[in-house]
Unconditional design. Structure first.
Lengths: 456, 456, 456
């Protein structure tokens, strides 16, 4: 694992950050979350210990675009007892045992009736699957297929001590203000029960990222959302429709704690600055990674990138959803997620945000021929060597392409050099009055600058 | 051979269609066709038994752009007799024996004189070549090289009982009207003598395709041309110059009966809808195929794609011309062409036209976030699985990209899903009032929609 | 080595040209050049024996953009003597022994003091490195590392009999006028001492190219520059700023005498006509070659392609700088450079300039359908063959794409045919009044014509 090299210390994660993230995951693990209810509230309260989170409660029945905020679901206990009265399936052992949003039930039933309410994973007989039934009223238990095979003909007692009543949908939001009004959105889902990678890893990363960024000088404001999947994102968009235009970049955070390679799923726009920034960081990290074009399936980028919003929001994960066997099973546990992977993920997020923060369009103030770098102490004194020094090359690239049409990220990509080096070179040139920033009204804005070099 | 799966039964070819096509090829095989004359008339008469073909006779001497309709050529008999009076080369055995458009001749000549009028294929000594001399008055015989080697010094009698006189150029045309005035042109050449793949296979496919389409609901009108190569297409274009603008898509049909892989030669425009439709069908067929960029050599796409017309017309063949050894020889016979290949070709043509017919641009009526498909019965009730169902994915793709800028074909290509599935998904969404069609005046027309997704 | 086939004899190099170039390199080899001084003057005087070169002297202190013309440096002698008085390092043996622009010095020093002024190549112990110190006043010797290892503790006498005084920067220029005012710039650097490939090969090629072109009919004017690297190009640009707009294409000539493969470094514009012309020639040469995108490091393309000029100037070399071990060492000598390679390089330059000279945009005068080439004697009389003749194909390509938007080079690239064949085809069509030239004001100019074929 090669850390993205960022010379600016503000953007380097603390060495213990992986342990801190892991410890937070461990604390959040036992809570039974769903898309509404006290599990989400307790989770957000714990996030609030680290960052000043605002909690929003939206009443059942609120219309949010094509959807309606559902009833609130809470659960205290659930079990299946055999004829001898032993709890053979017990919610207290794993909250995955209950299909999320199960209606309350308490009755005695035969094996054949029971089986209509059981879900297992025959191909993974030791794991409990995770299932939900948010929008179809029903009840059910998930259990290990091995145990399912051992069930025999007898009378069972099933009990789900849940409530499904008018209440609220709860989400958390933290706006970390920067120098300007433009925002970067960081969104994670908080609706999954005891599943570590999906998505306690994302909650931990978002929380620690917010904490870290609060100590960095920031051009952008950062909006952190901790929302239930789908309905939470839809609710937030419905309540904040008029503010959405401030969002210039964004990332959906999920699956950042496993040991797999990184995966970047592009925004619907496909070559938004956030897409280019993340891919630049991944490319120069030296680590293997995969890139996917946008598709309308996955996490809340489905909503942020719906055609009526089409926000420049991508998703940086490690192994993507559905592609690791433990996904949505009891095996997505505290062993699957590890401190090193969490820290590495945070580091990649920070490095990507560093690119977005530092990306600028400059105009070379001496555009005709090269300026004489040597007399400014920016170029080595002896000539005749077969190769240039990296920082000299970086300065030459910045000078050559700073014609008002290329951002530093364009230049870094064109030069094949790390953004950080290009940014350092720009800093040296700026100090020597060889560059001036092009404001969006004067020249191209960074978003529009193309990578290719066109004719004069 | 995997049939393109089209759920709409109108667009599925009849199981016996291959036999019917082959039988038609067999009937057409003995006729001696050329660019003018009774062979073409007889051929068109036989096409007319299947579809209501209009026959057009254009007089010799008519000026058609840079060309002039030539004299009409007809032939009754031709032979070479040896000194003993035996017909050693006989037109009655194969009409390929006579160079097409040979002047009448009847004389006794020496071997050395005779050889100046003989054409053979030394590398294929058992095959008779096919040659023409339309625009240079001459006469000649084509024969097997094996026989040529056996000729000895003696006096020969050569006789070509042909006429080359003022007359007409004949072509056939069938306009199958659709709902609107926009046309799809289907053109094949009818000037080759006893050569099955080139182009009796094309005549049979065009005829049976017209017959099939006459039973389908059609947005487009279809114009079928049965024309002599080059001069026929030029004549048609000259006589129909003002109507050419109605042609929105087109295909030149040839070489569709051999057992080789499919080959698509793109229109000069290169990414016209017809190019994308055919390539989509070939890609999803599972069969191997080749794609060629447009080149100004080949069949009548040379004329349709000349720069003054630049029509969106490609050509879907099996093995392309000049790339199979039997091309333009007596071995292009009833064995080279087979019913299965003919049926498969028709099926690919139908599938391509299905895409053009069904391609539409829609606007998602609920563009902000996803609509709740579940409450409309369009989404499964239980959540938590690792993969989506294909039709659900197809609906999400259609919703996500139906922003007025993407046609269904754009969406199918972007999603990597078969057009038919995307079209079914659009149908479900349309029924639920989630899509409305964008008319060409309101939004992008399908032709202009690009595949890439641009920024907001 | 396959010679680019150019049918026009004017553009074929003389068979003895390689020997002539090599002989010129040999004559120039002993001279001690630097960025100023008598070595440059003597070099330009020798170039002037072949072509009518104008010499320009620019005084020390002249301000040229961000730079100032430096003092003039000259050297008569230099050595290191050991305690016994023997010249152990002698400028007379190799002018590489002295760091270029060394201040005068004459003193006795200890080994430890001496070593501060010595440069060697430990990894190539038999070679003398080439070093300069143009902009930092200093003195030094370069020597074989083998000899460096043999130095022992004693008193040494060092002497550099140089002058660094106000004087001039000298460069040479030759304008070979063509039919019109548009110019092609050919630039080489003349500041390196006894180094054959870098850049006596370039001086020889530029000189002989100018001589050759003076005998060709020319649409373009050719401006040949023989300038000291960096400061010379900057000086020329500063003095000729208003004339720069006449430069339509250009090449920086260097490293054209070694036996390596060709390398083309694109202009900053990236797809300028000169880029496309050179790449067309290299592709059709059959020789292996490499292509690099523009980068702001290298020879004087750094200045010509600075953003304030952004001239369409590339660089055609053989092995690029820094990529052969002999680069900037005494091993870049009369063995590294060979007549055959020099001649081959000249031939590639000529062929590229031929493309630029002959490239035109035509409009097909008969754009609707093909014209009847046969009646003009441009098409073979008998039909039915499986392949077309190359020149016929070339004519069909020219006709099909001569719609005012495609230059002959566009057509050659699109057809995959050599430019020379396309140009011959255009000549035949022109003679038959089938093409007329599109002037820049009437239609697209060649520079803007794109390779792709867009829809009607």
């Amino acid at each position: 694992m090669i850390e993205p090299k960022i010379s600016d210390r503000n953007w380097q994660p603390h060495p213990d950050i992986g342990e801190a993230m892991y410890s937070f995951v461990r604390d959040l693990y036992p809570i039974c979350r769903s898309i509404t209810g006290n599990g989400v509230r307790e989770t957000l309260r714990m996030v609030g210990r680290h960052i000043p989170l605002s909690i929003r409660e939206v009443p059942t029945g609120t219309e949010v675009f094509d959807w309606t905020v559902p009833k609130e679901w809470n659960i205290r206990d659930a079990y299946i007892k055999d004829a001898s009265g032993s709890r053979i399936v017990d919610f207290k052992n794993s909250n995955l045992h209950v299909v999320s949003y199960s209606l309350p039930v308490h009755q005695r039933i035969s094996l054949i009736e029971l089986k209509e309410h059981l879900v297992t994973l025959p191909e993974k007989p030791d794991w409990i699957p995770y299932r939900t039934s948010y929008y179809k009223e029903n009840w059910g238990f998930c259990l290990r297929h091995k145990q399912y095979g051992e069930l025999n003909e007898q009378e069972y007692e099933v009990c789900i001590d849940s409530t499904l009543e008018d209440g609220h949908l709860t989400f958390g939001e933290y706006l970390l203000e920067g120098e300007g009004p433009d925002e970067i959105l960081i969104s994670c889902h908080v609706c999954h029960p005891s599943l570590c990678n999906d998505n306690l890893s994302g909650i931990a990363l978002s929380t620690m990222l917010a904490q870290h960024l609060s100590r960095c000088p920031r051009r952008y404001s950062y909006r952190f959302l901790f929302v239930p999947g789908t309905i939470g994102a839809i609710t937030w968009l419905a309540l904040n429709e008029s503010n959405v235009k401030r969002i210039k970049h964004g990332l959906v955070v999920a699956l950042v704690g496993d040991s797999g390679n990184f995966t970047y799923k592009k925004s619907r726009q496909g070559s938004a600055d956030v897409d280019r920034a993340v891919l630049h960081v991944l490319k120069h990290s030296g680590d293997p990674y995969e890139v996917f074009e946008f598709s309308p399936y996955g996490y809340d980028e489905r909503q942020y990138c719906s055609p009526g919003f089409n926000l420049p929001i991508g998703s940086l994960t490690r192994t993507p959803f559905g592609r690791y066997p433990e996904y949505h099973t009891s095996a997505d546990d505290l062993e699957l997620v590890q401190p090193g992977a969490l820290a590495d993920s945070l580091s990649k997020y920070l490095a990507s945000l560093f690119v977005l923060e530092k990306n600028r369009v400059y105009a070379n103030q001496n555009p005709k021929c090269e300026p004489q770098l040597g007399r400014r102490g920016l170029y080595r004194e002896m000539g005749g060597f077969s190769d240039g020094k990296e920082i000299e090359l970086a300065m030459l690239w910045v000078l050559n392409l700073s014609d008002g049409d290329h951002s530093l990220l364009d230049i870094a990509d064109r030069a094949g050099l790390p953004f950080d080096l290009i940014e350092q070179a720009a800093g040296l040139l700026r100090k020597n009055d060889l560059l001036s920033e092009v404001s969006a009204s004067q020249g191209a804005d960074a978003t529009k600058a193309s990578i290719g070099i066109e004719g004069a």
